[in-house]
Design a protein around this ligand. Structure first.
Ligand SMILES: NC(=O)c1ccc[n+]([C@@H]2O[C@H](COP(=O)([O-])OP(=O)(O)OC[C@H]3O[C@@H](n4cnc5c(N)ncnc54)[C@H](OP(=O)(O)O)[C@@H]3O)[C@@H](O)[C@H]2O)c1
Length: 357
């Protein structure tokens, strides 16, 4: 009820803040880290941004801390772990008259030290529920609005409409970071855990024993596979560009706040001085904003990376995904099972009717 009231007020102010030529993006998890700096970088590029955040007060504080132009941002509440909140948010956005030119699926939780699984209000393991299922439903519910231009893929001011998802190196066994077996590499198996309803005691996509670090990696693999399937199903008919990216190792972002304290101290140092992989939060934000708005990033269905060793002026490249990440049968099955899980007794979202596959 409170969320609905807030959404209504904020959507009203959002409409007046947006000019017809100014493109608008939604960035999930924009109250800290990469999402916050993506917001700042998009505003610099002339965009307005809806900061879709779990804690609006934290979002407001972050706007003040970075001195963001208030006329260019709207803070809206979105708890991705709760599918009811995702529906309320998407309904409010879909009903509003403000444009939607890009959706950036950035929010995530990483809880590698959990001793026992946590569950979402719908009974799904929390990192998969937040990182994959919440975004999956959000995408399904907002795709119609994103694609509402007759299939040209052109948005406000002529921008190329895009849907961008944050992936990661540790969920891609094609890269060194994805081969590290601590606690285990990302592996969705044959998605038996999803097929069996993904309710306790099931906590992992493959139906096997709970490993919190792997739950995060699995969820990020689902994020990257979702992009390949979105591209296959919808790019041709909508013109929307679908892509994922690894922005580099942002070793001092709040993502690691649930890791061991010693890890939080050592990891940034290690990435800065040993691997040379460290990327700052502002740099990562610029990279995401490039993927959202740069001409060089207009290829759909790909995963962008800047590699693991950072050098001045390092250029982006298309990074191949693991076998599971690019397996079309896996992608189709993930799509179908995820649709079933997010429907959870609710009618299938309208976007399904457009699906080709
Ligand atoms: N840091 C890295 O090295 C790295 C590398 C590769 C990919 N990534 C990806 O980059 C993205 C951003 O991570 P980050 O490093 O910027 O970490 P972060 O600062 O912790 O950002 C994560 C954001 O997600 C939000 N969030 C968490 N649970 C949520 C929920 N239930 N509903 C809505 N929002 C929720 C957090 O909000 P609260 O502040 O309210 O918790 C926070 O704003 C993630 O997808 C991550 O997987 C990060």
């Amino acid at each position: 009820m409170r969320q609905g009231y807030w959404l209504l007020l904020s959507i009203r102010s959002m409409v007046t803040a947006t000019s017809p030529h100014q493109p608008q993006a939604i960035v999930t998890g924009a109250s800290s880290g990469i999402g916050l700096y993506t917001t700042a970088a998009l505003i610099k590029r002339g965009w307005t941004v809806v900061m879709a955040v779990r804690d609006p007060a934290k979002g407001e504080k972050a706007i003040n801390a970075l001195g963001l132009d208030r006329r260019s941002v709207t803070v809206l509440p979105l708890d991705l772990s709760d599918l009811r909140c995702v529906r309320a948010f998407a309904q409010a956005i879909a009903a509003g008259s403000a444009p939607l030119d890009a959706l950036v699926c950035n929010a995530a939780v990483y809880m590698p030290t959990l001793k026992a699984p946590l569950f979402s209000p719908q009974g799904y393991e929390l990192s998969m529920a937040t990182n994959h299922l919440g975004h999956f439903l959000l995408i399904q519910l907002l795709l119609d609005k994103l694609a509402r231009d007759g299939g040209s893929g052109k948005g406000s001011g002529g921008v190329q409409k895009r849907l961008v998802v944050l992936g990661t190196v540790t969920a891609n066994s094609k890269e060194l970071g994805g081969k590290i077996p601590i606690p285990a590499p990302a592996d969705l198996g044959n998605l038996a855990g999803f097929a069996d309803g993904f309710q306790a005691p099931i906590t992992m996509a493959n139906g096997k024993a709970f490993k919190p670090g792997k739950a995060y990696k699995d969820s990020k693999l689902c994020n990257m596979i979702t992009v390949t399937e979105l591209h296959r199903r919808f790019h041709g008919q909508t013109g929307v560009v679908f892509s994922s990216l690894y922005p580099g190792c942002v070793a001092d972002s709040p993502l690691f706040r649930h890791s061991f304290k010693v890890f939080q101290k050592v990891f940034p140092w290690f990435q800065k001085t040993i691997t040379g992989g460290y990327v700052s939060q502002p740099m990562a934000g610029e990279r995401v904003a490039d993927v959202v708005s740069g001409k060089a990033f207009s290829t759909s269905g790909v995963h962008w990376s800047w590699g693991n060793r950072q050098r001045r002026g390092r250029q982006q490249f298309i990074q191949e995904l693991s076998e599971q990440g690019r397996d079309p049968t896996m992608a189709r099955r993930l799509w179908e099972l995820s649709t079933r899980l997010v429907s959870n007794g609710v009618a299938t979202p309208s976007v399904e009717s457009k699906a080709r596959g």
